[in-house]
Design a protein around this ligand. Structure first.
Ligand SMILES: Nc1ncnc2c1ncn2[C@@H]1O[C@H](COP(=O)(O)OP(=O)(O)OP(=O)(O)O)[C@@H](O)[C@H]1O
Length: 255
């Protein structure tokens, strides 16, 4: 299933947040969204996921979700959003309840996603026993368990330290390479965007408009940390964003 945003405008009261956004999010690709603080990245993600309705324009779901999909549009948040009283397995199993699955089928899905996210031996652990990186892997496992058509990822690595971010980026690349998933990935971090994005959408400062869409053809699995081509892409993105980011910062000073 693809997602399409068509001529989206969004306002909160008098504040215009997004202006005329038209974008395609094709199946099997990771599209990163970058842009200065407050330009409407998270708002766009909420509109794509149907949590809010755009003031104008529409979000279209094109084609059918994958077989076995229990929740077509599934979020992954920065703060993991795990239930502290449930184990790793219990947190994953939560999203499989109320779908009419048998116990054996649920157990099979849980075992599969825990293997894919390298969490099998931590299935009985509680969130407080896990590092930040592992908590986010649980959140990723929970998202994968519903076999979503599109994962909507809002700064999923930004609460983590730099080394853990690197490791999780490797994990996401490994997961995608073994079984390509579709994701819209909001980030502040341009290094993350060039590492994980097949396409990178650069938004202008608020009201967010599409400033550019940068394609990166290099396969994810070949994108090594420090790769010269990726560094150049990152510089190019920063060139697009620098003035907007400075202006957005100056605006915040005057609020
Ligand atoms: N529910 C809301 N009600 C009113 N204003 C809102 C609401 N949600 C967001 N905004 C405003 O809309 C603008 C865009 O916010 P949003 O969080 O989408 O931006 P962002 O690009 O994700 O920001 P950041 O990079 O800082 O996370 C901001 O000015 C914010 O204050």
């Amino acid at each position: 299933m693809d997602l399409r945003a068509r001529n989206i405008h969004h306002q909160y009261g008098e504040t215009e947040v997004l202006r005329d956004i038209s974008l395609d999010f094709p199946s099997g690709r990771i599209v990163c969204i970058v842009g200065p603080s407050g330009c409407g990245k998270s708002t766009l993600l909420r509109l794509l996921g149907g949590l809010e309705k755009p003031t104008a324009g529409e979000v279209l779901q094109l084609g059918a979700p994958p077989a076995g999909c229990l929740n077509p549009l599934t979020y992954i948040f920065q703060d993991f959003a795990l239930l502290p009283w449930r184990t790793v397995e219990g947190n994953v199993s939560l999203v499989l309840e109320d779908h009419g699955l048998g116990a054996a089928e649920r157990a099979q899905i849980i075992a599969d996603v825990l293997v894919r996210t390298k969490l099998s031996e931590f299935r009985a652990a509680l969130p407080k026993q896990l590092s930040g990186g592992m908590k986010q892997r649980v959140a990723i496992a929970r998202a994968l368990a519903v076999n979503p058509a599109v994962m909507l990822m809002d700064e999923p690595l930004s609460a983590l330290d730099a080394q853990t971010r690197e490791l999780l980026m490797d994990d996401l690349v490994g997961l995608w390479t073994r079984a390509p998933f579709t994701a819209v990935y909001v980030t502040h971090n341009l290094a993350e965007a060039v590492r994980l994005g097949h396409q990178i959408v650069v938004l202008s400062r608020r009201p967010g408009q599409v400033r550019d869409v940068v394609e990166i053809d290099l396969p994810l699995a070949e994108r090594a940390h420090g790769d010269a081509m990726l560094e150049r892409q990152q510089q190019h993105l920063w060139g697009l964003m620098r003035d907007e980011a400075a202006a957005a910062d100056a605006e915040l000073l005057h609020v």
